[in-house]
Design a binder for this molecule. Structure first.
Ligand code: AMP
Length: 421
């Protein structure tokens, strides 16, 4: 996979209409619809400002949430959830869509940019087309939620072309969706010259280098709940890393594979053979493969459960909830002196204060390592932020799924479609 892509600095945008795929998928208050964190809108500002200041007319677009684009599919989904088909109304579906309008994002974007944001009430309809046609250099408009159109997630060429027809240049700046081949993330690039925005460019530069040409030793720290989610990541990193550290719920399947008792800890029995293979492969390749040696356990999965420190075999009535102090030391020592550290997945059930210690210790070890540190999106990113170490990390990826697929070495459709530098 080539991560070296042309950016907005490589094209003259003056007087051009530029379609920018942003990530405005912001969290909202369920009741009031109020935006509860504008971080993603703030993050989009540098690219948008650059384009506007350089004379582009900007057509911004994004998805928000998971609207169901047609009434028929809405009915199907509700029936699957156990609702009675006869009770499902069109009004209810329309109401569900209204909740996911991007209008509040347009308002916040306008405040942050300090200029008007023209809002189109559709994506490729009359309103969007007319507003795009009238758009002047230095002006910005935002299309309505892309997923209101059924062509978006299906990567329908006709929908992609209609989006592209409004503009002359495409800029991809929504890293969180580059692993999806949707009309606005990949499809449009068939019709427009495609460049990376500054957010995507940074992700590619930092993560691409870490995987292709890391400063060594290269240490990968993996955690989280499931082995099955990270199989391809482990496979890929075994080819590249010098050390692999495994914590979190997924570690117990590996411990079981080594012949330890793990009590009621998370176990994926159908992955034990895989775990054995990985341990053997690491040994054959000379990759250090570290697993927990002690654990804070609990009798039940609860925030109030009393942590019990267990070394070695876990008794049958207890489950591993976090890595213990010896493991914290072992893992911290392994990242000390690293050149590059990639971290994806918490070391324990960090949402429960009593079991957040291992994840906290790992975050601290990364922060103090002096290495290039990269934290994958999702839970590990929120853990680092919640625990207050965010400003000491080189790069926190903005894409959960996307950064995982990056680590898997998979081709990302939203990156592959951009012009090579
Ligand atoms: P993932 O989405 O795979 O990165 O997993 C993140 C989730 O794994 C978090 O919600 C953690 O609470 C959970 N997790 C981490 N360690 C454990 C554990 N020992 N037992 C159960 N869940 C865990």
């Amino acid at each position: 996979m080539n991560y070296n892509k042309k950016t907005i600095y490589d094209v003259d945008v003056k007087g051009k209409k530029v379609l920018v795929r942003c990530d405005f998928n912001v969290p909202q208050d369920k009741k009031t619809g109020e935006i509860t964190s504008d971080k993603r809108i703030v993050a989009a500002i540098p690219t948008l400002k650059y384009l506007l200041e350089n004379g582009a007319a900007v057509i911004a677009c994004s998805h928000l949430g998971k609207p169901v684009a047609t009434f028929d599919s809405y009915v199907k989904k509700q029936v699957e959830k156990g609702k009675n088909e006869a009770d499902i109304t069109r009004e209810e579906w329309e109401k569900s869509l209204k909740k996911l309008t991007l209008a509040p994002v347009a308002k916040r974007l306008s405040e942050l940019l300090g200029q008007d944001v023209i809002f189109a009430t559709d994506t490729i309809g009359e309103d969007a087309k007319a507003k795009a046609a009238a758009l002047q250099p230095g002006q910005i408009m935002l299309l309505e939620n892309l997923r209101f159109a059924k062509g978006e997630t299906k990567n329908d060429p006709a929908f992609a072309k209609a989006l592209a027809d409004m503009a002359e240049i495409f800029v991809s700046d929504a890293f969180g969706t580059v692993h999806r081949a949707h009309a606005s993330t990949a499809g449009v690039a068939a019709y427009l010259p495609a460049y990376s925005g500054l957010l995507v460019q940074k992700e590619l530069a930092v993560m691409g280098k870490a995987l292709d040409n890391p400063v060594r030793p290269f240490v990968a720290v993996l955690g989280g709940a499931k082995v099955s989610d990270k199989i391809n990541v482990i496979n890929n990193l075994l080819e590249k890393a010098d050390t692999i550290i495994i914590g979190g719920g997924m570690a117990y399947t590996f411990k079981k594979a080594q012949g330890y008792e793990i009590g009621t800890s998370l176990l994926e029995a159908d992955r034990i053979d895989y775990a054995k293979d990985m341990i053997a492969k690491a040994e054959a390749k000379g990759v250090k493969f570290l697993l927990p040696v002690d654990n804070y356990c609990a009798a039940e999965f609860s925030a109030d459960a009393e942590p019990v420190l267990v070394e070695g075999n876990i008794p049958e009535n207890l489950m591993g909830m976090d890595i213990g102090p010896k493991t914290q030391e072992l893992f911290a020592a392994a990242v000390k002196g690293a050149g590059t550290i990639v971290w994806n997945g918490p070391m324990g059930v960090f949402e429960f204060e009593k079991f957040a210690g291992g994840t906290k210790a790992m975050a601290k070890a990364l922060a103090e390592s002096g290495a290039v540190t990269i934290v994958g999106g999702g839970d590990s990113a929120s853990a680092v932020e919640k625990l207050g170490f965010a400003d000491k990390i080189t790069h926190i990826s903005t894409g959960g799924g996307a950064s995982l697929e990056f680590l898997e070495g998979k081709e990302l459709p939203g990156v592959a479609c951009l012009l090579d530098a």
